[in-house]
Design a protein around this ligand. Structure first.
Ligand SMILES: *Cc1c(COP(=O)(O)O)cnc(C)c1O
Length: 359
């Protein structure tokens, strides 16, 4: 993307995360203070409302004492922890999964080359690809948001890299491993599977890593591991990509405190298990109790059809009542009538249900 478009790029990227509504919530007296009635239910950004694992905090604090030194360029401790957690795969790390996505695109895509994206989805892939001068081709999902494999393969066959998010943000649905495999064997380029929410569903794509040389699985510490503020992401990659990725990345990306905290988070299996169980239980409750149609979700959020209201109207009305959700109007190709609601703490979900069911 040309220089004069840089600020537009930045504002579009910010838009990926814009939770909106804070102004409305404040105006209505939800100041976010500890007083229970004034608290804001923050259900707009799919964070984990639980604090991080004590092990993550402890390792992070230890690392803080040594920040006069540069971090280890190779992230050896973090990579070793990932191998211990997942088994023998090849990993790269980055400043959030967003950082990984940006570096992968810089590694693989030249200006004018094609990047395919299964939409509606997280907007960052298309934006990062455009910033690299790529030709972005959107491949629309079916009306129920499942992936039409043949249609996707047609768009992706000659793309340098293709992006598929599963569980998908913002629709929540999961693409089966069989469908992913069918795509992988039909395309010539690389498939980037965004697994930011994979821990909350029952599908496991890791076995595909051993069979395909053109698969990347993107992961993040921002969601299930409660470390969004520290910005750590990683990916399972084929071995051939590792040296290319390291050449394209700046020497130091993940900082030493974040890397140490992430290493600690991986060691706390109980925190992970409790988070996933809690989300699954509360997700079921939200699906069951909400009076609007809720889409089946394999993530820590659900998408709700709020017709005949628009997503923006509904998000604003909820914000006035102390509940921040994400209007989905800015997801291209989705239509105006949806909101995305994170599964939060028990009181947050309860307030969301009280408020939306009373409207
Ligand atoms: C949150 C999210 C990410 C990126 O998370 P980081 O905080 O950059 O690690 C990537 N993809 C999807 C679909 C997300 O929702």
């Amino acid at each position: 993307m040309a220089k004069e478009n840089d600020s537009r790029y930045t504002s579009l990227v910010r838009d990926c995360y814009r939770s909106g509504g804070y102004v409305f919530a404040r105006r209505a007296g939800y100041t976010g203070e500890d007083d229970e009635a004034c608290r804001v239910a923050r259900l707009a950004s799919n964070e984990n409302p639980r604090p991080p694992s004590p092990l993550a905090l402890e390792r992070g604090c230890q690392a803080l004492r040594e920040v006069n030194r540069y971090p280890d360029e190779r992230m050896a401790d973090l990579v070793r922890a990932l191998e211990k957690f997942h088994g023998q795969y090849h990993f790269v790390t980055g400043v959030g999964m967003d950082g990984v996505i940006e570096t992968v695109i810089r590694t693989l895509v030249c200006p004018g080359e094609r990047v395919a994206v299964s939409t509606p989805t997280f907007s960052f892939y298309g934006l990062a690809a455009m910033a690299q001068g790529a030709e972005v081709v959107n491949s629309p999902r079916r009306p129920d948001f499942s992936v039409d494999v043949h249609q996707f393969v047609r768009s992706a066959r000659d793309a340098k890299i293709s992006f598929l998010c599963t569980p998908n943000n913002p629709t929540g649905n999961v693409t089966s491993r069989d469908d992913v495999e069918e795509i992988l064997s039909a395309i010539h380029g690389v498939l980037f599977l965004d697994n930011a929410y994979v821990e909350f569903c029952d599908e496991d794509y890791r076995p595909l890593m051993n069979r395909y040389e053109n698969l990347i699985l993107g992961r993040t510490f921002s969601k299930v591991f409660s470390l969004a503020g520290l910005r750590v992401g990683y990916a399972f990659v084929p071995l051939w990509l590792v040296p290319c990725y390291l050449r394209a990345a700046t020497p130091f990306t993940v900082n030493s405190v974040s890397a140490a905290a992430a290493t600690g988070a991986l060691a706390d299996r109980l925190h992970l298990k409790e988070t996933v169980e809690g989300v699954k239980r509360l997700r079921e409750l939200v699906v069951r109790e909400c009076k609007y149609p809720v889409f089946h979700s394999g993530a820590n959020f659900v998408m709700v059809d709020v017709s005949p209201s628009s997503g923006r109207e509904m998000a604003d009305r909820l914000a006035e009542r102390g509940v921040l959700v994400r209007s989905c109007e800015s997801f291209p190709g989705l239509g105006p009538h949806y909101i995305r609601v994170s599964i939060g703490e028990e009181w947050e979900n309860a307030r969301f249900l009280d408020v939306i069911n009373a409207l």
